[in-house]
Design a binder for this molecule. Sequence first.
Ligand code: ADP
Ligand code: ZN
Ligand code: ZN
Length: 709
Amino acid sequence: MQGQIGVAPMHQVSVAVQTPAHSLLSGPLSYRSAQELPPGSLVRVPLGSRELLGVVWDAPTPEHPPAHDPDKLRDVAAVLGGVAPLSAHWRRLVAFAAGYYQRSLGEVALAALPPQLRELSDGQMQRRLRRKAVAPDGPLPPAEPPLALSAEQQAVLAQLHAGSGTFVLYGSTGSGKTEVYLQCVQTLLQQDPQAQVIVMVPEINLTPQLQSRFEARFAPVHGPASVVAMHSGMTPPQRLRSWLAAHSGQARVVLGTRMAVFASVPQLRLIVVDEEHDPSYKQQEGARYSARDLAVYRGQQEGVRVILGSATPSLETWHHSRPAAEGGRYQRLHMPSRIGEQAQLPLVRRVDMNHQPRRAVFAPPLLEAIRERVARGEQSLVFLNRRGYAPVLQCTACDWKSDCPHCSAYRVFHKIDRSLRCHHCGYTEPVPRACPECGNLDILPVGRGTEQLQEQLAGLLGNLQRPDGTPVRVGRIDADSTRQQGSLQTQLAQVHAGEVDVLVGTQMVAKGHDFRRITLVAAVNPDGALYSSDFRAPERLFSLLMQAAGRAGRDAGIRTRSEMWVQTFHPAHPLFEALKRHDYPAFAAQQLAERRAAGLPPFSFQALLRAEARTQEVAQAFLTAAAAAATDALADLPGFALVTVYPAVPMGMQRVANVERAQMLLESPSRPALQTFLAHWHAVLHATRQTPAGRGLLRWALDVDPLAI
Ligand code: ADP
Ligand code: ZN
Ligand code: ZN
């Protein structure tokens, strides 16, 4: 208490900083501070020879003792005084995510903050905070009025307002889910002048559309800065500005991709996760978190509603929203009808490819249906999940194929610049003039990608004319055609303007975009997913096809019923039977029955340990040693017997950029058992790395609730 005369008493504070990956310093570090710093304060602290941004964490407890010897404590270098401390809720979310996904607290905390915060001094920060929000030119337009709700929308909204907890908004594409979000948000913002909400979408490309809808509603009422975006396509200053607006309470609506789940939103009242089934809610590197799952945790922890919206909910979410009497925890709300009189769901037609001309890419009846659309001035969408021209080039004389020398994959032939490109490591070369093995000049593309499909379709439709007499136009949208910034928006605008009659594309076009004049959607070759080794492949295919079908027939002015064509060699497959009836519940029931029988998620919980090394043997040796060490060290843990550790195997993509990859699956019917195992295994893994079994290992990582195994 009594410091020496003239010297202020020193306080000891715990600070979360980003320590080097996989150092064992995974908890907060202790520092000295002349002033008392409440938890959540942003500070700059020395670590080694560097000075880092840190977050003052809660006081050490007996379970989490201070990480430094009190005699050698270093001083906090600076306090970012202009920024209010991060809330206890935010800190709890970060601590939960770090524990659940097995990463260090500092890593998760710092990754959840805008990157520019690390670089600014307190003075720079203060200046930034003093900057006034830019006033818009002229008066704001009047707020766009809310739409008159359909009976289904009204019923759902009433249930949302009456209830609490986590909701699943199971609504067909075009059923008006967005309007429900908008009006739910509107009510919350009106009820409480401080209320804030988070709305998440899977793709950056979908944020501008949604942002303008939210701005039109709310900016005129709640101010020009009341709606902010948060996604990785923004510049560091933009991200900082949005983050500060949310943190200070000025922003009432935070719209963003998965990272928005970590936004500091002190007066949170609602989280919306739109298209909750989308795999991009799962972060695939660093802390491999699921933003959807964290949203549910955050909602529960803060006592606010969470809405998970989808026309094809993930099977996990669907299972959790079964009736409460059967153990369901989420409340399911249903909107089966599309908005508008003409808005029937499209007619699904299966084309049995066993009865079509051999090697036909387009079945003649499908081609005819596309021709009819073009002649009527309507648009078609042709969908193939493989970009490039051909997945592989092959020599007709010897066995040569266009392997990537660095990966266990073929390089894809891109005709447009006559290149062979590896889609995994990026290795690109011009196409050789002759076979590199035998000199044969005859090397041919095998298989088909979107680039070739576009070429073939243009050839097949050849002399066809549009109603105005101009020749048919076949466009393409995929990762290759949209590499340049802004080009996706331009190409989408062309489709909207009717400049394209037939659009060829990958799954990129199936998501969220509103193509009003499309009356035919065709999946050219979807069979691969039916018999895939990935147990989630059918689920993804079903939702993709439902979503693609949902692109069709949105224009109430078009009177013909839109159609979805599926070319398949397995027309009687239950997946297509359910698709034909737009019967997601039947599909889900069938899949869940299979998963239950096989003990797969959501009836079990999984984690993957991955290892990378120059050779497959080294990678696998580490995994095997880690499993053996677990048996020695963790056998007494509660629930140990409930965790199954499978043998180490090469990953599906075994070699990428000359790195060999292996993985080991852990599975348990009990989530707590798996979590306890992982929490204790972590130290064992660090130790194993130091043994001979860890020699030559490049890196290892844990993936909890992996999406692809
Ligand atoms: P979803 O997200 O469920 O696929 P959207 O929210 O995009 O559907 O709605 C589909 C279309 O219907 C949009 O153009 C939207 O503006 C319109 N819409 C939604 N609700 C209404 C309503 N109550 N009255 C009129 N149009 C509506
Ligand atoms: Zn050859
Ligand atoms: Zn490669």
